[in-house]
Design a protein around this ligand. Structure first.
Ligand SMILES: Nc1ncnc2c1ncn2[C@@H]1O[C@H](COP(=O)(O)OP(=O)(O)OP(=O)(O)O)[C@@H](O)[C@H]1O
Ligand SMILES: [Mg+2]
Length: 269
């Protein structure tokens, strides 16, 4: 074990799933899934298409309630009735489409949907100059150097947009940050940039849930790994319990991939 787990004095995880299941009609989307999300750690959820990754996110973020098992918040069972409940508990979710408005300036998007009653009195009267400056500062704190907060979000690259969304969640005090495939549409370099911000959020004590297909993205930044296959767990590992090759092999379905490689090879001529 790499320093995670153990220790009687350890505080309960921010979020925990115990033996959770969820069905859509006769489709068993998740079954018997357990994992934890701890402050200052990255929990990676890996799995192929249809594995149940988005369903798992929807349970953590209050969109769906589990049909079986338990969701615990700070060690206590919780039932989110709506996404708002999860948000109020400090669980922020960044979806792939990001819910940003492309033609609006970065700073306007940064404050989009944030409500003046949630601990930021000065913005009751929406003050553009302050909002602009706050955005610039919050991004700079995460090491994001934007030339111009007035730039429309639509002109940012995919990686920059993900980075702004991460900085925004951290700035507004997210305790848990859920990222649904933040690197899947990105090139190697931009994926690296986004993973660096994931690490920054982690270093600030946020519990991050990183959903990805890609073990090469998950391994360097992850503290624990949950592998899903058709709604079931293929394994749940702390970093010290699995290496990257093993993770890749499990993801690829091991023997299945060997078989495919064999099939695709040209017959010797
Ligand atoms: N609203 C729904 N109604 C019926 N079936 C659903 C619904 N949402 C998901 N499913 C099914 O549940 C299973 C898990 O889907 P889910 O979207 O969680 O997978 P995923 O791992 O996110 O896949 P992807 O990588 O393609 O996004 C799939 O078989 C899917 O068809
Ligand atoms: Mg999905």
């Amino acid at each position: 074990m790499s320093g995670v787990g153990g220790g009687a004095t350890q505080s309960p995880p921010l979020l925990e799933l115990r033996d959770v299941g969820k069905d859509y009609g006769s489709v068993i989307a998740l079954d018997g899934i357990s994992t934890t999300v701890r402050a200052g750690e990255v929990t990676c959820v890996l799995g192929d298409n249809g594995a149940g990754k988005s369903t798992l996110i929807k349970i953590l973020s209050g969109v769906h309630r589990p049909d079986r098992g338990e969701l615990l918040l700070d060690g206590r069972p919780v039932a989110f009735g709506a996404p708002r409940d999860a948000l109020d508990a400090g669980i922020a979710t960044v979806y792939q489409d990001l819910a940003m408005i492309p033609l609006m300036a970065i700073w306007r998007n940064f404050f989009l949907g944030a409500e003046p009653t949630r601990g930021w009195g000065p913005f009751r009267r929406f003050d553009a100059a302050t909002a602009r400056e706050t955005t610039r500062r919050a991004l700079a704190e995460m090491g994001i150097d934007l030339r111009d907060p007035d730039q429309p979000v639509g002109t940012l690259s995919g990686g920059e947009r993900q980075s702004v969304a991460i900085a925004r969640a951290v700035h507004f005090g997210a305790r848990v940050l859920i990222l649904d495939e933040p690197t899947s549409a990105l090139g190697v370099k931009q994926a690296g940039v986004v993973l660096r911000y994931v690490a920054q959020a982690r270093d600030r004590g946020v519990g991050v849930v990183l959903i990805t297909h890609n073990p090469h993205h998950a391994y360097p930044v992850g503290d624990r790994f949950l592998l899903l296959n058709r709604g079931r767990s293929l394994g749940s590992f702390a970093k010290g319990e699995v290496d990257r090759d093993e993770l890749t092999r499990l993801m690829a379905g091991g023997a299945e991939l060997d078989q495919l490689t064999h099939e695709l090879e040209r017959p010797p001529s």
